[in-house]
Design a protein around this ligand. Structure first.
Ligand code: ADP
Ligand code: MG
Length: 352
């Protein structure tokens, strides 16, 4: 009887929806770290500390000195599609890292999440959610800012738990995520600590907020992260075409590497991985570098948010330009120009 076998359409409950969404937003511990640190940056923090244990699998704790969350807003922060960052009327005009209101509910669905926060002049409060089940808000002790603690990531989704790599590999991915965000925000201080096994732990990355103008601060931060040799061999790039600005540092061909390990690209302050942009980078160095070498660079593209769509993927490392030819052409011409000029300088010094 066909009516008995007919599939029934059901509305999924929030906990199931959040676990499904979490699969998109949180692939591994490093993606949880990225979401939490981006939230701290969006909150206007100046110092951000990240503690991890066992490659982030058992503990990720992000503490910031940002604006905090009021006690009555804590349940809202954990609700799906609730955000303080956009009002939904203009999805083409996004100036923050976050906007989907998905990260915290997703993390609370696949791990044990604890948020403690305090707004200036208010009382500290905390909320806990584990496997999608939320406890009521309680009073807490905290001087300022926000501490988000995520324990036992993926305990509620054992299938995902199986796909995690070694602690070492996950820690490495977390360090890489922090370094990219630290390049994007040279004025902010970052401390990454490994607290596996308890105790004070061990600092694995640290960068204090850099001083100076855009280029000085960026140059100092790149020196800290990519090393002094990169900083000493880096050409300053600053060019604009049709309201799109390209700036940053690109290394001399002599500093190139055998593997593409030092290519960092940012669009409107967001770390991105984009084939079109890395292709442009390769094209710019084409005449200056042999095929088996890879250029090193940290390049920032800034434009009106309406010229680029960051909405392509929930993890948001992909972007789509309205007219990709402009950023591509800009990278190729600005870098070629800088490299040619540096080449002239080098050969005229030899001639002298
Ligand atoms: P989104 O970042 O897309 O808004 P999230 O789920 O990451 O979504 O966060 C939900 C809301 O919780 C944010 O819009 C913000 O209001 C608040 N929030 C999250 N983390 C912090 C933080 N570290 N400091 C202050 N507010 C925060
Ligand atoms: Mg967020």
């Amino acid at each position: 009887n066909i009516s008995q076998n007919r599939p029934v359409i059901r509305q999924l409950d929030d906990s199931a929806i959040n676990r499904i969404a979490a699969g998109e937003v949180v692939e591994r511990p490093a993606s949880a770290v990225k979401e939490l640190v981006e939230n701290a940056i969006d909150a206007g923090a100046t110092r951000i500390s990240i503690d991890i244990a066992d490659g982030g699998k058992t503990l990720i704790r992000v503490s910031d000195d940002g604006c905090g969350i009021a006690p009555e807003d804590l349940p809202l922060a954990l609700s799906r599609h609730a955000t303080s960052k956009i009002d939904g009327s203009d999805l083409l005009n996004i100036h923050t890292f976050g906007f989907r209101g998905e990260a915290l509910p997703s993390l609370g669905a696949v791990g044990r999440l604890n948020i403690t926060s305090r707004v200036p002049g208010g009382e500290a409060a905390m909320i806990r959610v584990a496997g999608g089940v939320m406890d009521p808000v309680k009073p807490a002790a905290l001087r300022a800012g926000t501490v988000v603690e995520l324990r036992d990531l993926f305990f509620a989704t054992p299938a995902r738990l199986k796909f995690m790599r070694t602690d070492r590999a996950e820690s490495q991915a977390i360090t890489d995520t922090i370094k990219r965000l630290a390049m994007a925000e040279p004025a902010l201080g970052f401390t990454l600590r490994d607290v596996s096994g308890g105790g004070e732990g061990r600092i694995t990355f640290r960068a204090d907020g850099e001083n100076g103008d855009l280029f000085d601060a960026l140059h100092a931060r790149l020196g800290r992260i990519l090393g002094r040799e990169f900083a000493e061999n880096a050409l300053r790039i600053d060019a604009t075409r049709e309201d799109i600005r390209l700036f940053g540092y690109a290394a001399l061909p002599t500093y190139s590497r055998g593997a593409a390990v030092a290519q960092y690209l940012f669009v409107n302050g967001r770390p991105v991985r984009d084939k079109m942009l890395t292709g442009a980078l390769r094209a710019a160095y084409f005449d200056f570098l042999s095929r088996d070498r890879h250029p090193a660079a940290a390049l920032f593209i800034d434009c009106e948010p309406t010229l680029v769509d960051v909405n392509v993927h929930p993890a948001k490392s992909e972007v789509r330009f309205r007219d990709p030819g402009i950023p591509r052409g800009l990278i190729v011409s600005a870098l070629r120009h800088a490299l040619a000029e540096a080449g002239h300088r080098a050969s005229s010094t030899v001639a002298d």
